[in-house]
Design a protein around this ligand. Structure first.
Ligand code: ZN
Length: 459
């Protein structure tokens, strides 16, 4: 009787034990998960500058983060950048940290890290009870370069001249690869390009001086490397003064009656304006919006020089107005507006065929406000030609055109009074005087001779 009772008791204890064990297993099973934490390094380019911030994200969906260690190894020396241990919330996992973002500032000079290669090492563990309680580990190594020195800029071309409203050109060498370099004229940056020369450290930039910029405008070559180190050198560039003409344009009621219907779209909410107010809206606001559109188009350019020889001027044409003319608009004898004419007006026979000024790629071929039917050709490295007021466009965007190939026919679309071609040239988003580009001698002295001289010296 007694032994039976004892046996019965043992049974209860054993069963109870099993129940408790099953219960504990159910509670702790999650603590034995085998999923590693996840690491992510936010460093766009693997280069560390003089004061670099790196963001590292650690995530562990299951038990949460236990430890994170970040170090830097260079020439056998290891520096700990960060070491952090997280508390375990206990049996209940809800309190654990499942995601954390670390922002580490690396100052190579303070840490006494030398220029050159280094290894970024990151290790993280989670709160799992696997691996004898140490948790699941993730380990990551990333090869990086320490670069605290700005690129050096060596000017290779010689004899730099630019006219007000004209184009300038310079060739230079950078001591290291740079994502961006260019010429700063006053506050305006003209991006540079490499790839013309076999050696990719040789860059060239076409830049421009706005017709309103003074002969004392500072011109610098600037470069920034992948670590963000910046440098600049002054470019000794002689700026020639250029006088710009004044031109009076009388606006007649007949002109307004003929032209305003063409601007229905632009004047849609201006129905309360008088005819001359509408003209001013077009001459100011539409002009400005059209320019912004052109500037936007010209922000991207082909990394190749397409053109050769002098640019072609509309054959058999007479110049009606010049580049940089200060236009004074008069209505019934009163001055109503002032604008600058940023192209050259050329008149020939009506609907004369318009040749492409040089080889290039069509980047724009459609109607554009005051310019009417317009074509813009990219000649590469930021040089563009523009043809406005055409009666008909004969090309499509993306089309490759050759020098002298017909791209359209002259007309009087847009804000033109009579049949003519408004021919303009741009260096990136600044209008320049086309006369220079029509002149073979100017091109020789300012561009091709410089290229040849550098080719001869560099090989
Ligand atoms: Zn014009």
């Amino acid at each position: 009787m007694k032994t039976q009772k004892k046996r019965y008791k043992r049974w209860i204890i054993a069963a109870g034990g099993v129940v408790v064990l099953v219960f504990l297993l159910m509670v702790f099973a999650g603590r034995f998960e085998g999923e590693k934490p996840q690491l992510q390094i936010n460093l766009a380019v693997p280069v560390i500058g003089p004061s670099q911030e790196i963001e590292i994200e650690v995530a562990d969906a299951q038990t949460g983060i236990r430890k994170i260690w970040i170090g830097l190894l260079q020439k056998g020396r290891e520096i700990t950048l960060l070491k952090k241990t997280f508390d375990n919330a206990g049996i209940e996992k809800d309190g654990d940290v499942h995601r954390s973002l670390f922002s580490i500032k690396i100052n190579p000079a303070q840490l006494k890290i030398a220029e050159g290669d280094a290894m970024l090492r990151i290790s993280a563990r989670d709160q799992s009870w696997r691996n004898w309680g140490k948790g699941n580990q993730v380990y990551l190594e990333k090869q990086i370069t320490i670069d605290t020195q700005p690129p050096s800029i060596e000017i290779l071309s010689r004899g730099h001249y630019v006219r007000q409203g004209g184009t300038g050109f310079v060739i230079y060498r950078l001591s290291e690869p740079c994502p961006q370099a260019g010429v700063k004229v006053g506050q305006h940056l003209f991006p540079g390009h490499f790839g013309y020369f076999k050696k990719s450290d040789i860059w060239m930039t076409f830049f421009a001086l706005d017709n309103r910029q003074s002969t004392q405008t500072p011109i610098h070559i600037t470069a920034a490397d992948y670590a963000g180190n910046q440098s600049a050198v002054a470019l000794k560039c002689f700026i020639n003064r250029k006088a710009f003409k004044k031109d009076i344009i009388n606006i007649s009621d007949r002109f307004l009656a003929r032209k305003l219907p063409d601007f229905k779209k632009e004047l849609v909410d201006k129905s309360s304006q008088s005819a001359i107010e509408k003209f001013l809206t077009i001459n100011r606001e539409v002009r400005k919006a059209n320019f912004e559109k052109i500037a936007e188009i010209n922000h991207s350019t082909h990394n190749q020089i397409f053109w050769e020889e002098a640019f072609v001027r509309l054959p058999g044409s007479a110049q009606m107005s010049g580049f940089g003319d200060g236009r004074i608009y008069k209505y019934k004898g009163k001055i109503i507006d002032k604008q600058t004419h940023y192209g050259i007006d050329l008149a020939s026979i009506n609907q004369a065929p318009v040749p492409a000024a040089n080889h290039g790629k069509v980047v724009f071929a459609q109607h554009l406000g005051i310019y009417g039917n317009t074509v813009i050709i990219d000649h590469g490295f930021g040089l563009f030609s523009m043809y406005a007021h055409m009666s008909r466009i004969a090309v499509t965007p993306e089309q490759t055109v050759s020098r002298k190939e017909v791209i359209g026919y002259t007309g009087s679309t847009g804000l033109a009074g009579g049949d003519h071609l408004h021919y303009a040239m741009m260096v990136h988003d600044v209008f320049v005087n086309p006369v220079e580009w029509w002149d073979a001698m100017w091109i020789k002295h300012n561009v091709t001779q410089k290229i040849k001289q550098v080719e001869k010296e560099i090989g």
